[in-house]
Design a protein around this ligand. Structure first.
Ligand code: NAD
Length: 437
């Protein structure tokens, strides 16, 4: 198949490279010239494990190309995927569809009859209908509009794309269904379940999935708070419930609250959809509040552990990206934490294995260092914010010796209290017995 991918970000680039790897001919389009120039020169715009090799292999075999020119990208395509950003609109949290509609108007100029336009971006229910309307306004007839939401996780994006739990296709006619089945055929043959639904159902399924995961995280975070009050261990509670197949072990890790490019904006957008439809979604609304409060409260945790006053205190921060194996800083829990620390007069020294460049754009007034141990040097407290593998095997004695104070605030429960205490550190995990016991 000949495929155009409009938007070459985390989703567009990974999807484009994987489709090319299935044997399709893919042209990735982006209006960000620097991104396309970089990709044409072999430079990845994002950090994602395995991506560089996959892109290079498929580009070298002529199956994957990059362009700034939508005409060039779309002209022969049998399917045009839209994978542009859908950030939360300022003020009301509605998904901002400006980029999607702009892309539709651009592709309308070149698209040929029979083509299938597919939204891979996460878009609210009814967006497919609006896209059809725009296409009609632009005089385009005889094209289908389908929804194919993406469920990949940053940091494991290629594996997720190639071995998905399911593929959801929302298509209103058999031609669109057939084209999408053909595109995904290699996965279909590997028995990845493909779920064909109405377009509106597919659009909503993506939001329901992310909202449910956000609820799960917030649930275990609140149980962690209860553990701290009643002297129980949330790690064991999570295991105790997660081994129950009806519950499942994933997304039951207590921590500083969820962040990233999807959950915060998608939960807000779901609430907007619900409000417009006149149906309250109390569980999701509460989850958003629980999570916002949690992220904002992390600075107080540090303050409490250190005895009340952060003024002049040195805080080492390990991990800035919203999760390991990505450089994505969007809505990362590290941001409100660090901003709060700086506001209260702390001196912050931070390290992330790959996200420093992105972090420098959103965080100011702190020092970025190029090694985990340097973040610990002379620190009164060391905070693990993102559970990168390399933070799981620190020499804690070395850390303790190089610090001025001795507080290890482990917001990801990477270490055990005993090993930290043996190294001479005062250990503060999340939901693991009474706080600072
Ligand atoms: P991103 O910001 O990394 O990439 C979007 C890209 O689209 C940018 O490079 C931008 O320059 C480009 N773009 C915008 N308008 C364009 C236009 N008119 N023509 C060409 N290019 C244009 O975003 P992302 O993280 O890849 O997310 C894309 C969508 O996928 C969002 O709706 C998101 O919710 C959804 N999604 C993201 C993830 C994830 O983990 N990041 C997972 C599943 C779904």
């Amino acid at each position: 198949m000949r495929i155009a991918m409009i938007g070459t970000g985390y989703v567009g680039l990974v999807s484009g490279a994987c489709f090319a790897d299935f044997g399709h001919r893919v042209c990735c389009v982006d209006k960000d010239e620097a991104k396309i120039d970089g990709l044409n020169a072999g430079k990845m715009p994002i950090w994602e494990p395995g991506l560089e090799a996959l892109v290079k292999f498929n580009a070298d075999h002529g199956r994957l190309t990059f362009t700034k020119d939508v005409v060039e990208g779309v002209k022969d395509a049998e399917a045009v995927f839209i994978a542009v950003g859908t950030p939360a609109r300022r003020g009301d949290g509605h998904a901002d569809l400006t980029y999607v509609f702009e892309a539709v108007r651009e592709l309308a100029k070149v698209i040929t009859p029979g083509t299938v336009v597919v939204t891979k971006s996460t878009v609210p229910v009814g967006t497919g209908d609006k896209i059809e309307e725009i296409l009609r306004e632009e005089g385009v007839t005889d094209v289908s509009v389908a929804s194919n939401p993406e469920f990949l996780r940053e940091g494991a994006a290629i594996a997720d794309f190639k071995h998905p739990d399911r593929i959801v296709v929302g298509a209103e006619n058999s031609h669109a269904q057939d084209v999408l089945k053909e595109i995904y055929r290699p996965l279909f043959l590997n028995r990845a379940p493909i779920l064909i639904t109405s377009r509106r159902t597919a659009e909503l399924t993506k939001y329901a999935a992310n909202a449910f995961l956000a609820v799960k995280i917030s649930f275990i975070n609140e149980i962690a708070d209860l553990c701290e009050a009643v002297d129980a261990d949330v790690q064991d509670v999570a295991r105790g419930i997660g081994l129950d197949n009806r519950i499942g072990a994933k997304f039951l890790h207590a921590g500083p609250g969820y962040g990233g490019s999807c959950f915060p904006k998608d939960t807000l957008a779901l609430l907007q959809t619900a409000e417009n439809a006149g149906v309250d979604q109390r569980i999701v609304r509460t989850t958003v509040k629980v999570n916002d409060d949690r992220k904002a409260s992390m600075v107080e945790r540090v303050e409490r552990a250190i005895g009340g006053d952060l003024q002049g205190k040195a805080v080492g921060v390990l991990g800035l990206a919203f999760k390991p194996n990505t450089d994505d800083m969007r809505d990362a829990p590290s941001i409100p934490l660090i901003e709060g620390l700086v506001k209260r007069g702390a001196k912050v020294r931070a390290f992330d294995p790959v996200a420093t460049e992105q972090a420098e754009r959103v965080l100011s007034g702190i020092e970025f260092v190029d090694e985990a141990y340097k973040a610990a040097e002379d620190a009164d407290v060391l905070v693990i914010v993102t559970e990168w593998d390399e933070f799981r095997a620190l020499d804690l004695e070395k850390v303790a010796k190089s610090m001025r104070g001795n507080v290890l605030m482990d917001l990801r429960n990477v270490y055990d209290r005993e090993e930290a205490e043996e190294a001479g550190l005062a250990y503060y995990g999340v939901g693991r017995g009474r706080f600072g016991k």
